[in-house]
Design a protein around this ligand. Structure first.
Ligand code: BGC
Length: 260
């Protein structure tokens, strides 16, 4: 794809694994320069940076907990010093937390999900917008989930955080639009990554999952990454303040294919 992303400065939070890593590699293919933010597994980030270097691409890895305001400030300062800022932010870092009914949930763990998924997206967007509204250009893409819409028993923090990310997206888009800055969200469904390995690697779990997906298969990370690249490019220059679902039809409620 030639999406006009060559030389763009792109930050991907949680860029060292899963969907984030695939988005990083897609942008490298497009000739962009990428900041790979990570919090755990520094070895994944380092090997990704050297693999990109070997392909002739440009990437730097920066450790920061996106839910920590000071760490986010320091990360954006480092990028500003090195590259003069960014053109595109992908708020991808996220966790789902342990499965627990609300009455059994450990509040510290529950809160951590909200802190990473919602506060982290806000803090990085805030730092990026300070610069983007000044430069009068930029795009922020927040990774949401089908659970922005679909309730998910045992994951009340995750589903709540994603619903909030949807509204954060709309509100920031309204604020930023007068400055020519777009803010939108991409919501994947069941995509094969480490976060849901326990489901797709289990025969019964997979059978149950496939019944919920009209296209009858789990998505792959590149299908999400391609759409992320399109949405932040000028191909989508008139798209802002909305969530785009990449879910094989999961939000089309497959259970209703036969009767109601
Ligand atoms: C979750 C996955 C889950 C999918 C569909 C995603 O947001 O991260 O674990 O398989 O939603 O339920």
């Amino acid at each position: 794809m030639n999406l006009g992303l060559h030389s763009k400065r792109i930050m991907v939070t949680g860029g060292n694994s899963g969907i984030g890593k695939s988005i990083v590699m897609r942008f490298i293919e497009e000739g962009a320069r990428v900041v790979i933010n990570y919090h755990s597994h520094p070895e994944f980030a380092k090997s990704l940076v050297s693999a990109i270097g070997e392909k002739g691409g440009t990437a730097i890895a920066i450790e920061a907990d996106v839910s920590d305001p000071e760490a986010v400030q320091a990360m954006f300062k480092q990028v500003e010093d090195q590259w003069g800022g960014i053109d595109i932010l992908i708020n991808n870092a996220g966790i789902d937390g342990p499965r627990a009914m609300s009455w059994d949930a450990d509040f510290t763990k529950w809160r951590k999900v909200i802190e990473v998924n919602l506060f982290g997206s806000f803090l990085c967007a805030q730092a990026a917008l300070k610069q983007m509204i000044h430069q009068k250009s930029g795009v922020i893409l927040n990774l949401s989930s089908v659970h922005e819409l679909i309730a998910w028993s045992g994951y009340s923090a995750y589903a709540s955080s994603k619903a909030a990310v949807g509204m954060l997206t709309k509100t920031l888009a309204q604020e930023a639009a007068p400055y020519g800055v777009r803010v939108l969200a991409l919501a994947p469904g069941a995509v094969k990554t480490p976060i849901n390995k326990n489901v797709w690697s289990d025969e019964e779990g997979l059978r149950d999952l496939l019944q919920k997906i009209p296209l009858n298969r789990v998505g792959n990370v590149d299908e999400v990454a391609k759409m992320a690249a399109v949405l932040v490019s000028d191909v989508a220059s008139y798209v802002t303040g909305t969530t785009v679902y990449v879910d094989g039809g999961m939000t089309d409620y497959a259970d209703f294919a036969q009767g109601g």
